[in-house]
Design a protein around this ligand. Structure first.
Ligand code: BG6
Length: 271
């Protein structure tokens, strides 16, 4: 399968098969679209204000955060995987295999399988000669009808670090609802999460394997305005649910060791 020039002239690859359409940019190995044919609306969301510049993160889809998650002194937020040029090693009308060459002894491999369900497999690889602590997040942006109408189940009772409260620990009471800025890193959380959207009459199911953290993010009004590559009103169209191994769930990899984080995303109608 050939790549083509996409937005900003960046190299991208498209998947079309009887079950879905999808699109991935080699810049960051960012999957920017996935729409099963059963759906009237896309499942992944990408900003209309996204910037399409080599070496810059793309606002939407599934940016890959690695080898760290969040801010880091003197370095770019969320690591370099989402801003690096990846190699496309294999491609057909259903599966893409990509790799990221070692940098500071750390490499990665990414497999995307797109059909009626979406399977994402991110392998963090310690290709260096010393033990490394790494973080991973598959920073998925989901399209929703209205943040105040959707809710997220599967996190009830889980402990989270609240970034908008300076990282304070809290316990999730009931399902997650969005009525303002939300930026929670759920720790020690390996279970399935479901995004219920009565407006789009669908439920997005996010199953994960070997992922012990889950991040939920909606920037709301002020943060949306502060981001140049995010429309002022777009916080009304998206929520991020990010399978991760972050913070206290960071991975310790010995030389030669690797870790596969696997995510399967499915959609079901709500009747
Ligand atoms: C989320 C973080 O995962 O990503 C938020 O929890 C952050 O704190 C958001 O604001 C977006 O990050 P960025 O670097 O893509 O603007």
């Amino acid at each position: 399968m050939k790549t083509e020039q996409g937005n900003g002239g960046l190299e991208r690859v498209r998947i079309e098969n009887e079950e879905c359409e999808a699109e991935l940019y080699l810049n960051g190995a960012t999957l920017t679209a996935w729409k099963p044919r059963s759906q009237a609306r896309p499942v992944l969301w990408t900003s209309k204000q996204a910037t399409w510049i080599a070496g810059k993160a793309i606002r939407g889809g599934v940016p890959l955060c690695f080898p760290w998650f969040g801010p880091k002194a003197g370095a770019a937020q969320h690591g370099w995987a989402r801003t690096s040029a990846w190699s496309l090693d294999q491609a057909d009308d259903r599966q893409l295999v990509l790799s990221l060459a070692p940098r500071d002894g750390l490499a990665a491999r990414y497999v995307v399988r797109a059909g009626a369900e979406l399977e994402l497999e991110f392998t963090a690889i310690n290709a260096g000669s010393s033990v490394a602590t790494v973080e991973v997040a598959l920073h998925a942006y989901f399209e929703i009808s209205d943040p105040t109408a959707v809710y997220i189940s599967g996190l009830e009772g889980a402990t989270y670090l609240d970034r908008i409260a300076g990282g304070a620990r809290a316990r999730q009471e009931g399902v997650v609802t969005i009525g303002g800025e939300v930026d929670r890193t759920f720790v020690g959380h390996a279970g399935t999460v479901e995004l219920w959207d009565p407006g789009l009459r669908r439920k997005i199911i996010i199953r994960k394997e070997r992922s012990n953290s889950t991040v939920v993010w909606n920037p709301w009004i002020d943060k949306a305005r502060a981001m140049a590559d995010f429309g002022d009103e777009e916080y009304q169209q998206m929520v991020c649910i990010e399978p991760a191994n972050a913070g206290e769930d960071a991975l310790l990899l010995k030389p030669g060791e690797s870790h596969l984080t696997r995510v399967v995303i499915a959609v079901e109608p709500l009747t």
